[in-house]
Design a protein around this ligand. Structure first.
Ligand code: NAP
Length: 243
């Protein structure tokens, strides 16, 4: 698996860090992106594989930053094979009290950041006539959730974006799929009250919360040769919660 270069956004912790460690173990060269440079460096130091890696601090909601990151990856590592759009945020609140800022921030990072990175790698993937794009959405993008209208809208839009990109780039052997995690134990879910956690656990047939590694396995599959004929799909990784 030489010269397989993958960009992972939101790689400084949580699911993104687990994806980076899994892809490193699978032999990929990695470009790790998030805003916190120190946290990214910590993840880079923990990578188990012998592949090359770059730590590239940047904000996915800035197209200028995204172009700079992708330019450096191509210059210092080579043409991009895979992109994992994982960076994401929540700004929860009931609709009547949701501020314009809370709406926009979530859409800017979760949806526009996914658009920016996908756009920035597309020309190179088209020239290579191969590519894998994996977008991390959420089961909330399928079901909706009270208090998360902004987040649910952003994640549902990522699924529609994924299907459109799959149709547009399929002719160049570029696949584009989404992974929809359920409840995964990370900083994003750490603040939930115990009663809410207990209620959610009761709804999970596999009777445990997910770990970053559970999502990383699905991402690794969609990046692999085994998934060469799969595109436009959303793979739900939720212990059976929403099925
Ligand atoms: P997390 O622990 O909060 O990590 C979020 C990651 O995104 C961090 O690396 C963060 O790094 C990065 N990030 C946030 N804003 C960014 C920006 N503007 N530019 C660049 N990087 C940014 O969350 P997580 O649980 O691992 O979630 C990862 C993805 O899975 C998200 O898309 C999330 O919506 C999705 N998801 C999570 C769950 C769950 O239960 N945890 C369920 C379904 C879907 P910096 O702060 O350093 O920038």
């Amino acid at each position: 698996m030489s010269n397989r270069i993958v960009i992972v956004t939101g790689a400084s912790r949580g699911i993104g860090a687990a994806i980076a460690r899994r892809l490193s173990a699978d032999g990929y060269d990695l470009a790790l992106v998030a805003r916190n440079a120190d946290a990214l460096a910590g993840v880079a130091a923990s990578l188990p594989g012998a592949g090359r890696h770059l730590v590239l601090p940047g904000d996915v909601s800035s197209y200028e930053a995204v172009e700079t990151v992708v330019g450096r990856v191509q210059q210092e590592l080579g043409p991009v094979y895979g992109l994992v759009n994982n960076a994401g945020i929540t700004r929860d609140g009931l609709l009547v009290r949701m501020s314009d800022a809370a709406w926009r921030e979530v859409l800017d990072v979760n949806l526009t950041g996914t658009f920016y990175f996908t756009k920035a790698v597309t020309a190179s993937m088209m020239r290579q006539k191969i590519g894998r794009i994996v977008n991390i959405t959420s089961v909330i993008g399928l079901t909706g959730n009270a208090g998360q209208a902004n987040y649910a809208a952003s994640k549902a839009a990522v699924i529609a974006f994924t299907k459109s990109v799959a149709r547009e780039l399929g002719g160049r052997a570029i696949t584009c799929n989404a992974v929809a995690p359920g409840f995964i134990e990370t900083d994003m879910t750490a603040g939930l009250p115990d009663a809410v956690r207990a209620g959610m656990l009761g709804d999970i047939p596999l009777k445990r919360f997910g770990q970053g590694e559970d999502v990383a396995g699905a991402v690794a599959f969609l990046l692999s040769q085994d998934a060469a004929y799969i595109t436009g799909q959303t793979l739900v990784v939720d212990g059976g919660m929403v099925t």
